[in-house]
Design a protein around this ligand. Structure first.
Ligand SMILES: [Zn+2]
Length: 117
């Protein structure tokens, strides 16, 4: 570009003229405006992130769904194991109570028979 003061050739990045020392900001400022306008233009890149977020959410949902399907059998096995243990203890308890009841009935019968006799 040329210096606005003396017309000498100046580098595009130069802030001052090397010949007369005049500021080249008068010419550089019009070029700075398009640079400032560029950040506003990337609206199309701003539109793409939502699609990427939705894809990430979809992938996360798929991953969590797969994990839930993978963990369901384990949870079911643990639940069945706990239920089996509880049923086993309940059966032991029922057997214990049944034995106690039978013994009490036998003792009462023996006493009743002993008293009756
Ligand atoms: Zn100059």
């Amino acid at each position: 570009m040329n210096c606005p003061q003396c017309g000498a050739l100046i580098g595009s990045d130069a802030l001052y003229c090397s010949q007369c020392g005049a500021q080249a900001t008068a010419l550089s400022s019009p070029k700075a405006q398009p640079v400032q306008a560029q950040p506003t233009t990337p609206l199309t890149p701003g539109v793409s992130p939502p699609s990427q977020r939705t894809s990430a959410l979809a992938l996360a949902s798929l991953v969590f769904g797969a994990l839930s399907w993978m963990t369901l059998p384990v949870i079911g096995a643990v639940a069945f194991a706990t239920v089996g243990l509880i049923l086993g203890y309940v059966q032991l308890g029922l057997v214990f109570f049944a034995a106690v009841i039978l013994l009490s009935v036998l003792i009462l019968g023996i006493r009743l028979t002993g008293t009756s006799l």
